[in-house]
Design a protein around this ligand. Structure first.
Ligand code: NAD
Length: 357
């Protein structure tokens, strides 16, 4: 594969490869767009089988961050970094210091944060060598766990979709919730408080029992969640929950949840549209988490403290954007994710024009 032929390449501004002999660092930082502001997106440490696969992931994930940040109406572009290596055996403080130097060398074009395989403790090592890192613990600017904010956004998004599709509020509505981890746990509490009936599943028996106890939810086996007669299916576990096979089993007229990459393929979104299912595009409805991180980047940039009010104003704006997506999709009779992608691209292009002018 060459970089420019990759299907994940979409006009990326810069793709930077870093190697540090002493620490063994092999990292790629992909900057998709800085039109709306510095590119922001987490750092993933993963034992990629080849550099091509690492590159592919960095390209795909950085583009996704541009779209997500644009839909959250943040003054941030999209970027992502990957470190090639096994996070269980190959992490050292020196490796993350070398990674920090790599981030610093881009002069603020890219801000890093946590992703799969990278913890706040690792980022603390990176912070010794770069200013451009969010997700640190214990500072006035620190944003902490993003899950409650993500869950609040998903809760409001579900309420909006139910109003639109079913013309009612959440009292008495049945929600099938797949995954009651960080976000799913908070979401279950909010839905329960709003009077929804919950059917939940998880592969983690302990988390499942805790949430069932707190909310009175009915528990089902992981494979059975797709068959549950319900009003809303809320994927809050891993990606790909809605695929060609589960699509035929899911009974819900609304699909709205926190998980990233819920649709196994864009065709699945089109099939949902044809079946009359209202799907809340994942990267819009789950934007609360990145809003929380953006508040930290903003606070660090201004030398100020974390501002929860600012987070709330962005969350309210995110819901307006979700409404815009639903309105346009309904008016134009098109799949919601196609409309969301179009709005994201238009927002990025608008910022590019403004920058060029
Ligand atoms: P988490 O790991 O805390 O929770 C995921 C839960 O799903 C776990 O309890 C896990 O046991 C369960 N699970 C895994 N496989 C399952 C299966 N096959 N069936 C049922 N349950 C299964 O993660 P999280 O932070 O709650 O994030 C959940 C999803 O939301 C992820 O896709 C994540 O990428 C996305 N997301 C999270 C945030 C955030 O703020 N944490 C922000 C945006 C998007």
């Amino acid at each position: 594969m060459t970089l420019f032929d990759s299907t994940s390449f979409e006009g990326h501004e810069g793709v930077h490869a870093f190697h540090d002999e002493k620490t063994g660092l092999k990292s790629i930082i992909a900057v998709h767009s800085t039109a709306r502001g510095p590119a922001a997106g987490g750092c993933r440490m993963w034992p990629y089988a080849s550099a091509d696969l690492a590159l592919e992931d960095a390209l795909r994930l950085s583009r996704a961050m541009s779209y997500k940040n644009a839909m959250a109406d943040l003054e941030l572009g999209g970027g992502k970094s990957v470190i090639i290596g096994d996070s269980r055996t190959q992490k050292t403080p020196a490796l993350f210091e070398a990674f920090g130097r790599a981030v610093e060398s881009l002069g603020g074009k890219y801000w890093t944060a946590e992703d799969v395989g990278v913890s706040p403790a690792d980022l603390a090592h990176a912070a010794k060598t770069t200013r451009y890192v969010a997700g640190l613990e214990g500072a006035a600017a620190s944003s902490g766990d993003p899950s409650p904010v993500t869950a609040e956004g998903v809760f409001r998004g579900i309420r909006l979709c139910v109003e639109r599709k079913l013309g009612r509020d959440l009292a008495g509505v049945t929600v099938a919730l797949q995954g009651v981890g960080h976000v799913g746990g908070y979401l279950a509490e909010k839905l329960h408080a709003a009077g929804a009936r919950l059917v939940i599943t998880d592969v983690n028996a302990e988390a499942l029992a805790r949430v069932a106890e707190a909310t009175g939810a009915q528990v089902v086996a992981p494979a059975a969640i797709f068959e549950v007669p319900c009003d809303v299916f809320a994927p809050c576990a891993l990606g790909g929950a809605v695929n060609a096979e589960t699509l035929l089993r899911i009974k819900a007229p609304v699909i709205a949840g926190a998980a990233n990459n819920q649709l196994a393929h864009p065709d699945v979104g089109r099939a949902l549209h044809e079946r009359g299912v209202l799907y809340a595009p994942d990267y819009v409805i789950n934007g609360g988490g990145i809003i929380n991180v953006a508040a930290e980047i903003r606070a660090l940039g201004e030398g100020a403290a974390f501002d929860a009010q600012w987070v709330e104003s962005k969350l309210a704006r995110l819901m307006q954007t979700l409404e815009e997506v639903l309105d346009r999709a309904a008016a134009e009779k098109r799949p919601t994710q196609d409309v969301a992608n179009e709005i994201a691209r238009a927002r990025i292009a608008g910022a590019e024009h403004a920058r060029a002018a």
